[in-house]
Design a protein around this ligand. Structure first.
Ligand code: HEC
Length: 149
């Protein structure tokens, strides 16, 4: 009975930590007076994946990079009611909405999902890439918009 509390906390703690780390990193990119290397070293244990994502210029991140750095924080575990990565059963009714509608949902935010899935510096095209990558893991066959080199 009373041991329900720690379990619930553990379920929400991981995405929360990842989001805070992502938010910190997003802030770092904009503030030139903060030493990014020192910050990266300090938060490295919780934010290794996010560090990799922010070193790539905004606009040119692939769906896979974005999903691993940002979207997976909720979708990999199904936290806060997110349809689970790769779970065709949970994604089926969502995929029926179509690629455009799903992308619009993520850009605007839906339910417990914040706008752009919490990746506030993602471009619309990057969101579309992440949606394609995530949906394809659950059986969709969307074409991920290519990254211009
Ligand atoms: C904070 C947790 C969280 C993060 C981070 C997150 N999502 Fe979600 N996502 C959710 C939840 C919860 C839902 C279900 C929303 C609902 O239907 O109420 C959802 C739903 C979706 C849907 C279905 C939308 C629809 O119209 O049914 C897509 C597509 C999606 N997420 C993609 C993404 C992508 C791409 C990212 C990363 C850029 C992302 N999510 C990041 C929590 C999250």
């Amino acid at each position: 009975m009373s041991n329900h509390r720690p379990l619930r906390f553990a379920r929400f703690a991981t995405p929360a930590v990842a989001l805070v780390a992502a938010a910190l990193l997003a802030g770092c990119g904009k503030q030139s007076n903060v030493d990014p290397e020192l910050t990266a070293t300090l938060i490295q244990p919780v934010a290794r994946v996010e560090i990799q994502a922010v070193t790539i210029a905004p606009g040119s991140r692939t769906g896979e990079q974005i999903v691993k750095a940002i979207c997976g924080a909720c979708h990999d575990s199904g936290a806060v009611g997110a349809p689970k990565t790769g779970d065709a059963g949970q994604w089926g009714p969502r995929l029926a909405l179509g690629f455009e509608a799903l992308t619009a949902s993520v850009i605007a935010g839906k339910g417990a999902m914040p706008p752009r899935g919490g990746g506030s510096d993602l471009t619309d095209t990057e969101v579309a890439r992440a949606v394609a990558y995530l949906a394809n893991l659950a059986g969709a066959n969307y074409t991920e918009p290519p990254v211009e080199q």
